[in-house]
Design a protein around this ligand. Structure first.
Ligand SMILES: [Zn+2]
Length: 550
C-alpha cells in the first residue's frame, strides 16, 4: 500500500457506503474504504500513514465553471478590486506603479475593477490609463469579466479603431463620438484575446507554465482538484498545452470551448472543428460554451408586473433560432452544451435550446448545462427538472453578493429567492455548484457555508433561510455533481474503490458543526491521484513501519 489515512470522519459521497474512518491508496487509486482497524492492517513497510485525528476527508472539490486561464495571470496583474481598494484613484496609482516596472510595449493586465463601487464610482477611462501607463498597452478587466477598460495603446495593439462600428452584442463606449476606453461584451473580444496571447509571448513558455502551476496550487489550497474553464479561446488552449507539456498542470482542466474570442459565437466548436485541440489525461474537452445574455447594458430578463404582465428587458446575444442552431449542431456532433444564462429571458431561451438539442443529440446522455441560472422562476426550475438539465449555480455569488442579488430579484418580481438550492433539489434539478472565479470567491468552503447557513458577507440575518440545504447535499453539489457535469463520475467525485484518489482533508466535519461556522473550517491537505500536493502546515508525515499506525 502506498498511503493510508486512518482515524477520520470520511464523507465518501458514495451511497453504498456514505461514512467511513479510513482509506487505503495504491498507484493513485482508492483500493479500500472502511474502518481504521481494517485499513491499518493493510499497511506494509514503506506505506505512508496519515493519522487524521478525527479530521474529515471528502472527495476533491470539482469546480466545473471557473476562468482559470484568466486568473492564471493574476500573479503578474494589478489587483483592482473594490473593495479592498478604496476607489479609482488608488487603482490608478497601482497601475502607475506596475507600469513603472514593466518593459515598454508589454501588456499590463488588471482584474476585478468595478466602475460601480467605491469612492466616486466611475469607469476607468482611456485617457486616465494613458496618463499612468504611457508606454504600455493596458487592459483592466471588470469584476464581471463582461467588460474591460483599455488605454489608447491597448486599442491600437488589439486592432480596435477609433471609428470602428460597435460589434453585434457589444459596445465601444463613446463620449462625443470618442471612445472612452470602456469595451462592453463582444467589444472586449479583441482586447482579451490579443492581450492574453501577448502576455504568453512576452513571458515565454517556461514562465507561462510556472504561472499555470502557481494558479493550480492556489486551487489546490482551496481543495479543488478539477475545474472547468468556462470559456477556452485559442489563447487559453495554448496556455494549457504549454503548461501540460512541461508537467506543470497540477489539477485537471476540462475545457468549455468558446468561439475564437471570448464572447464570440462558438460556431467552429459546435461543429467539432476545434475538438482536436490538444487534450491529455490532465486536459479534457467535449463541451461547447454559449453565452446567452450579456451583463452590459443589462441581463436579458423579464419584469413580472403585479397585474400578471411580463415585460422583456435587455437583449440576448442570440435569437432563439440562432441559439437552437448552435446547441443542436453541437449535440448532433456528440458535444455537451453549457449555456450561460443570467436573466429569466435568457434562461427561457437556454431551456428551449436544450430541449431541441436533446431531441437530436448523438447520445442520450450528453447532460447539457445551464450556467448560472441566476434569475430563474419556479416554472423554469420545474422545466429544468423535466428536461434533465444540469444547473451550474454559484453559491459563491450568494456569499459575496447575496444582498445585492436578492434586491434585484425582488425588483423584478421573481417568485424565487436568491440561489434557491432547496427548491431546485426538491424539484429534482441536477444542481451543480461552482465559483465562476474570479467573478466570485474561489473557496468551495465559502460556498458550502453560504448554501447551508444562508449567512452571507455584509448581511447580519440569513438570506432566504428556507432555501438552506444540508452540508452533505452541499458537498455533493461540489463533488459528485461536478464530476457528472464533466462526464467523469466513473473516475472522481466520490471516495469509492477504483476511483482516483483525489481527496481533501478538512479541519472539521462540515456535517457536524454549527452551520454558520462552516466558513471557519480549513482545507488542510489536498491529494491528487494519491499524491499530497497541498499541505497547509507543510508538516512531515511519518512513514510508518510495517504494522504501525493502527
Ligand atoms: Zn463564467
Amino acid at each position: 500500500m502506498d498511503l493510508v489515512l486512518l482515524g477520520g470522519r470520511v464523507l465518501t459521497m458514495d451511497d453504498a457506503a456514505p461514512r467511513a474512518e479510513a482509506l487505503a491508496i495504491r498507484d493513485g487509486k482508492i483500493v479500500a474504504v472502511g474502518d481504521s482497524s481494517h485499513i491499518a492492517a493493510m499497511t506494509a513497510p514503506g506505506t505512508e500513514v496519515v493519522h487524521l485525528a478525527g479530521r474529515s476527508v471528502i472527495p476533491g472539490f470539482i469546480d466545473p465553471h471557473t476562468h482559470f486561464s484568466t486568473s492564471a495571470f493574476e500573479p503578474i496583474a494589478v489587483d483592482c478590486r473594490i473593495p479592498p481598494m478604496r476607489g479609482k484613484a488608488q487603482v490608478l496609482d497601482a497601475i502607475a506603479a506596475a507600469a513603472a516596472a514593466t518593459p515598454p510595449g508589454r501588456w499590463i493586465w488588471g482584474y476585478g475593477y468595478s466602475g460601480r463601487r467605491g469612492e466616486n464610482p466611475s469607469d476607468l477611462t482611456r485617457r486616465e490609463l494613458d496618463r499612468v501607463a504611457p508606454n504600455n498597452p493596458v487592459c483592466i478587466f471588470d469584476s464581471s469579466m463582461h467588460c474591460c477598460y483599455v488605454n489608447s495603446a491597448g486599442m491600437d495593439v488589439a486592432g480596435i479603431g477609433r471609428d470602428d462600428p460597435d460589434p453585434d452584442g457589444g459596445e465601444i463606449r463613446r463620449e462625443d463620438g470618442d471612445p472612452t476606453g470602456t469595451l462592453w461584451e463582444r467589444a472586449m473580444n479583441p482586447a482579451h484575446e490579443t492581450s492574453m496571447g501577448g502576455l504568453i509571448d512576452a513571458l515565454g513558455d517556461e514562465a507561462t507554465a510556472d504561472l499555470v502551476q502557481q494558479t493550480g496550487m492556489r486551487y489546490l489550497a482551496c481543495g479543488i482538484t478539477s475545474t472547468g474553464d468556462a470559456a477556452v479561446t485559442p489563447a487559453a488552449a495554448r496556455l494549457y498545452e504549454i503548461a501540460d507539456r512541461r508537467g506543470k498542470l497540477p489539477i485537471l482542466i476540462h475545457q468549455l470551448r468558446s468561439g475564437d474570442q471570448f464572447f464570440a459565437a462558438p460556431e467552429r466548436a459546435a461543429h467539432g472543428e476545434v475538438g482536436g485541440d490538444y487534450t491529455s489525461d490532465r486536459i479534457r474537452a467535449g463541451t461547447v460554451k454559449i453565452f446567452m445574455d450579456p451583463v452590459f447594458p443589462r441581463l436579458a430578463g423579464v419584469q413580472f408586473h403585479p397585474d400578471g404582465r411580463q415585460e422583456h428587458l435587455g437583449r440576448p446575444y442570440y435569437t432563439q433560432e440562432q441559439a437552437d442552431d448552435l446547441a443542436m449542431t453541437a449535440a448532433r456532433n456528440g458535444l455537451q452544451v453549457a449555456i450561460h444564462c443570467l436573466g429569466t429571458w435568457a434562461i427561457d431561451q437556454g431551456l428551449t435550446a436544450i430541449e431541441r438539442a436533446n431531441a437530436v443529440s448523438a447520445s442520450p446522455d450528453l447532460r447539457h448545462r445551464i450556467e448560472h441560472f441566476s434569475m430563474g422562476s419556479r416554472a423554469q426550475i420545474e422545466r429544468a427538472a423535466e428536461l434533465g438539465v444540469l444547473a451550474v449555480v454559484q453559491p459563491s455569488f450568494l456569499y459575496a453578493m447575496g444582498n445585492v442579488m436578492n434586491a434585484a430579484r425582488l425588483d423584478l418580481g421573481l417568485d424565487t429567492a436568491n440561489t434557491p438550492m432547496r427548491s431546485m433539489l426538491d424539484a429534482g434539478v441536477n444542481v451543480v455548484a461552482s465559483s465562476d472565479f474570479p467573478c466570485g470567491p474561489l473557496e468551495p468552503m465559502l460556498g458550502i457555508h453560504a448554501i447551508v447557513s444562508r449567512h452571507v458577507r455584509d448581511v447580519a440575518e440569513p438570506v432566504a433561510p428556507e432555501e438552506a440545504v444540508t452540508a452533505e447535499e452541499a458537498i455533493r453539489a461540489y463533488t459528485l455533481a461536478g464530476a457528472r457535469a464533466m462526464h467523469r463520475e466513473h473516475e472522481v467525485g466520490s471516495l469509492a474503490v477504483g476511483k482516483r484518489a483525489d481527496l481533501v482533508v478538512l479541519s472539521n466535519d462540515p456535517t457536524a458543526v454549527e452551520p454558520r461556522y462552516i466558513r471557519e473550517i480549513v482545507v488542510e491537505q489536498t491529494y491528487v491521484d494519491g499524491k499530497r500536493l497541498f499541505d497547509r502546515y507543510g508538516r512531515q508525515v511519518a512513514v510508518a513501519a510495517a504494522g504501525a499506525g493502527a
